[in-house]
Design a protein around this ligand. Structure first.
Ligand SMILES: N[C@@H](CCC(=O)N[C@@H](CS)C(=O)NCC(=O)O)C(=O)O
Length: 206
């Protein structure tokens, strides 16, 4: 199974967390989309041009981080269940996953690359992140992970953007998120993700 990704990309890290949590092997294909030639070549393979991208076999392509996690969940029974069997719980995980993608991950990236962006876009990004922080902080009041005691796809989606948020839009006023992120840093799967990403970020001066 071949995975196209970049170690510093949050959506890639989301699926890396799933692979590592479940102990599923893959063949890494690291893509540097900041390199124009590599980006053009990648777009020949996948015209939308986003990572991550999974090829379970040579002719079977699966795009979109949540769909990749869902594929792993459906085809590999090992490791924790990142999407529960219970349909109502599964829906709640998908909801949190979607909220984290749309209203945490994306706006945090708007904040990282805020320079030159229209004021309206920055204001919207801040509002979305504030809403996400409030919601997460209250969910985490009595929960270890976003869905309770079990680590799920919702956490795979939340943890990578929180790393970048530390600088771009800190969550220091939200003690439950601070504690949650500290717990995430102790998790083997996330330690592996950071071990690959940190040297690259350091080289980039981030
Ligand atoms: N909805 C997509 C988003 C993927 C995404 O935005 N990936 C970023 C990297 S974190 C990317 O490929 N950016 C390159 C670009 O937009 O050209 C998913 O969940 O996989």
């Amino acid at each position: 199974m071949k995975l196209y990704y970049a170690p510093i990309s949050t959506f890639s890290q989301k699926v890396l967390l799933a692979f590592y949590e479940k102990g599923i092997e893959f063949e890494p294909e690291i893509v540097n989309l900041m390199d124009p030639e590599e980006r053009a070549k990648y777009r020949e393979l996948y015209p939308i041009g986003k990572i991550p991208l999974l090829f379970p076999t040579e002719n079977h392509m699966i795009a979109e981080s949540s769909i990749i996690v869902e594929y792993l969940e459906n085809h590999y029974s090992q490791g924790p269940k990142l999407i529960p069997d219970d349909p109502d719980l599964a829906r709640q995980v998908r909801f949190m996953d979607r909220m984290n993608d749309l209203y945490l991950n994306k706006p945090i990236f708007t904040m990282i690359f805020a320079d030159g962006k229209p004021e309206k876009e920055i204001e919207d990004a801040k509002r979305y992140i504030d809403c996400s922080y409030h919601h997460m902080n209250s969910r985490l009041e009595n929960n270890t992970w976003l869905m309770g005691d079990d680590f799920t796809m919702a956490d795979c989606a939340a943890i990578p953007p929180l790393f970048y948020a530390q600088k771009a839009y800190p969550f220091t006023d939200y003690p439950n998120i601070v504690a949650y992120f500290a717990r995430a840093m102790e998790r083997d799967s996330y330690k592996r993700v950071l071990a690959d990403a940190l040297p690259i970020l350091k080289k980039m001066g981030m």
